[in-house]
Design a protein. Sequence first.
Length: 241
Amino acid sequence: MGDSNEEGTPLWLKILYWIVPTFGASGLLYLFRYFMKGDLYESKTKINGKTIIITGVDSEVGKATAIDLAKRDGKMYIACQDIVKGEEALKEIKKKTGKDDVHLLELNLASLDSIREFSKKFHELENKLDILISNHEVSFCGKSKTVEGFERHLGENLLGPFLLINLLLDLLKKSPSRIILESSIAYRFGSINKDDIMWENSYSRFKAYCQSKLATHLYAQELSKRLIGTEVTVLGRFSKF
């Protein structure tokens, strides 16, 4: 489905559309990363015996996270929609870490049936889950929908992870565990389009993305409150725009 009305694009983003061809995307990306990056995490803490799920490992951020945690001796399940990219990531992780306890499972967060199938399979393989890192996201895509007909940004960035977490909560509650939700400073630019939350009547890829990030941010806060009294900790990680 193609783009419809691209209304609501802020001036600074329009300026970027001019700057990138002029100065080069690589130079702009370097400057952005230079000013936005934080300090490197240099702890050598081991996580022997911990079972971990990371979604979106076919992205560079997800892959780097998986590599670091695999080096710490965790048992890793990488969840990817694109199995070919997932297998490439699996080989790279094993090669760079020398660890074999890394496993690939298919997961399409744009399909509720795929999420349910993933949960069923994981329950068959494991009886606990110590760390769930929800890293997958879709950003600034053209107007499109998930399998069940949800606006794609909201569907993949919020509703898919929401279902996945709820289906795995029983395993997370068995021991002290952490849920890490990938967030973004883009939530600061977001608002909830209450009158047209699925962007049926108009569409702005920028507004749709920022809405999904704000919704994810609010969800993380609410989930954290609802899990008070359990040993499950909910964290938001700001590593992307």
